[in-house]
Design a binder for this molecule. Structure first.
Ligand SMILES: Nc1ncnc2c1ncn2[C@@H]1O[C@H](COP(=O)(O)OP(=O)(O)OP(=O)(O)O)[C@@H](O)[C@H]1O
Ligand SMILES: [Mg+2]
Length: 378
């Protein structure tokens, strides 16, 4: 599980747009994603049509100390699309700082909640911060493994960024927690020399902490929000969709994933199998099931030099047998499609006799041999 905070106290620099679209793009690659709307304005909740949910199931209820109002994280999660959930927010969240006034280590509350829900079903947790450097943003930075700082290409854009970086420094000094910080150029208008010179200035300021992906000014991003969907679902071919997909791939590459567009545990295959099923004509006398007990899961490994690859796990008692032998494809990839019942599974690949975790699945847990198993949920 990796937590990414999207933070910058400057208003309107693209935090929420980034949170919604990075979340959607990561989910489209098959990763399980949770977006936590940590802004009392609730813009991410509006931008994903999650505002009609019960007001007592919001991020406030996850963080409050009031026992009558507090709920577990699980209870406050709403599903947006396959692999993509949200914990919505509303104005009540703005009262939280007062509740925690004077409490020691109040900035670690979100961190504690995320730790207590571990092991999590989510591979990525995205936290959309408010435009301020108060209690809520501190909580997000404390919980984050990575902080994305959207920087819009406008005047005064770098003013105040130093304060945000100072907060990260403070957390490092006090708690020893050091999230990776990456700046992201947003609202870039290639038609103006002003945008170009701002971009150069920001690149000079952040150096190699800057994402290579630049988010261009694109009207589809605005229109998608008003429709209550991500730009990827609104207009897949728009520059906004292309830029946020590129950013998602860059994030995955920074996390050591070589081929982000082709996850090994292909949830896209699961989805495709579902769609296939929904196109099948209903057999006479047979009820069509929309909730199959089994899912088709495709395991793929890239290993051009290998001679033999098996997938072993809880689902086959960790035995290498013909049913779990991967088939070699022409492009150096190996593949196996298995129908598995819903559940949580630990698994590994056996490549020419050597047991290996799935290099493209970040969810792992220790085993009794002191090594790691990959973990997946269906
Ligand atoms: N690349 C872009 N191209 C065009 N419009 C954009 C782009 N990015 C964001 N916007 C628009 O700019 C406005 C502000 O964006 P957004 O809400 O993401 O900023 P924010 O930093 O979350 O704001 P706040 O600080 O209020 O939370 C929104 O109307 C959004 O649709
Ligand atoms: Mg916002």
């Amino acid at each position: 599980m990796k937590t990414i905070a999207i933070a910058n106290q400057k208003g309107g620099c693209g935090k929420t747009t980034t949170a919604i679209n990075v979340g959607t793009a990561l989910a489209a690659t098959g990763r399980r994603v949770l977006l936590i709307d940590l802004d009392p304005q609730g813009h991410a909740s509006f931008g994903l049509r999650a505002y009609h949910l019960p007001t007592d199931k919001s991020v406030y209820n996850v963080l409050t100390e009031n026992p009558e109002k507090r709920h577990s994280l699980d209870r406050c999660v709403a599903n947006i699309s396959p692999n993509f959930d949200i914990v919505p927010s509303n104005i009540q969240l703005s009262t939280l700082e007062q509740e925690f006034k004077g409490k020691e280590d109040a900035i670690s509350e979100l961190h504690r909640v995320l730790l207590s829900s571990y092991p999590s079903t989510y591979e990525y947790i995205i936290v959309d911060c408010p435009p301020s450097l108060g209690f809520l943003t501190f909580n997000a930075l404390r919980a984050a493994d990575q902080v994305i700082v959207p920087i819009d290409m406008s005047a005064f854009t770098l003013m105040g960024v130093g304060k945000l970086l100072g907060m990260v420094e403070l957390i490092k000094m006090k708690i020893g927690h050091v999230p990776r910080v990456n700046a992201l150029a947003t609202l870039f208008d290639k038609c103006t020399t002003y945008s170009q010179s701002m971009l150069e200035e920001v690149k000079t300021f952040f150096g190699d902490q800057m994402f290579q992906t630049v988010i261009r000014l694109n009207v589809a991003l605005k229109r998608a929000v008003s429709e209550g969907i991500s730009v990827i679902d609104f207009e897949k071919t728009s520059n906004g969709a292309k830029d946020y997909t590129a950013l998602c791939h860059e994030i995955l590459r920074l996390d050591g994933v070589e081929h982000p567009e082709r996850p090994v545990m292909s949830m896209l295959s699961v989805q495709a199998a579902r769609e296939e099923e929904s196109f099948l004509p209903a057999q006479e006398g047979m009820e069509k099931s929309f909730e199959p007990d089994f899912e088709q899961v495709t395991f793929t490994v890239e290993a051009p030099a290998a001679n033999d690859i098996y997938v072993v796990g809880d689902f086959n008692n960790w035995k290498t047998n013909e049913e779990c032998r991967l088939d070699r494809r022409e492009n150096g990839c190996w593949e196996k499609r298995l129908g598995l019942p819903h559940g949580r599974y630990r698994y590994k690949f056996v490549v020419d006799g050597e047991w290996k975790t799935d290099p493209k699945n970040q969810e792992c847990e220790g085993n009794e041999f002191g090594t790691l198993n990959s973990v997946m949920r269906i």
